[in-house]
Write a protein that binds this ligand. Structure first.
Ligand SMILES: [Zn+2]
Length: 137
């Protein structure tokens, strides 16, 4: 993000060992859109895993493995768009709001939301890349 000129802010949580990330491409003082997702993944030691979580397994059109679906695809897609976004003369900003500890009770995002007023103008909207039955909601 910094390589492409984004303004990047790390927002450490009270735990002291993890942070949210907020970044902006374009003018931060006018309303824009936020691309949001959480960076943590479900625990790998849970008994519900039907196959080794660190081994990618394909079954039909689906891929199984830790982080294959939940948000990590969205985060990768959002970050892959950074260079193109940075090359545009955006009149409204695109923000990236990546939070921590969603899987253990959304513990990170409240800290991020609390800091939004100092990070950007009130956003026009937020796109959350959470898969919801693999449908847009
Ligand atoms: Zn999720």
């Amino acid at each position: 993000l910094r390589q492409h000129g984004a303004k990047v802010t790390l927002l450490p949580g009270p735990e002291g060992d993890r942070s949210n990330l907020f970044a902006t491409i374009g003018p931060a003082d006018v309303p824009g859109y936020i691309l949001s997702g959480h960076m943590d993944v479900v625990p790998a030691g849970e008994p519900q895993w039907s196959s080794p979580p660190f081994a990618l397994r394909r079954e039909g059109e689906r891929l199984y493995g830790r982080g294959t679906t939940d948000m990590k695809g969205f985060l990768a897609a959002a970050l892959a768009a950074v260079s193109k976004l940075a090359g545009l003369r955006l009149t409204k900003p695109v923000h990236f709001a990546f939070s921590y500890d969603e899987e253990i009770g959304c513990r990170g995002v409240p800290h991020l939301i609390a800091r939004l007023p100092e990070l950007c103008a009130k956003p026009l909207g937020v796109i959350v890349g959470e898969p919801s039955g693999m449908r847009a909601v």
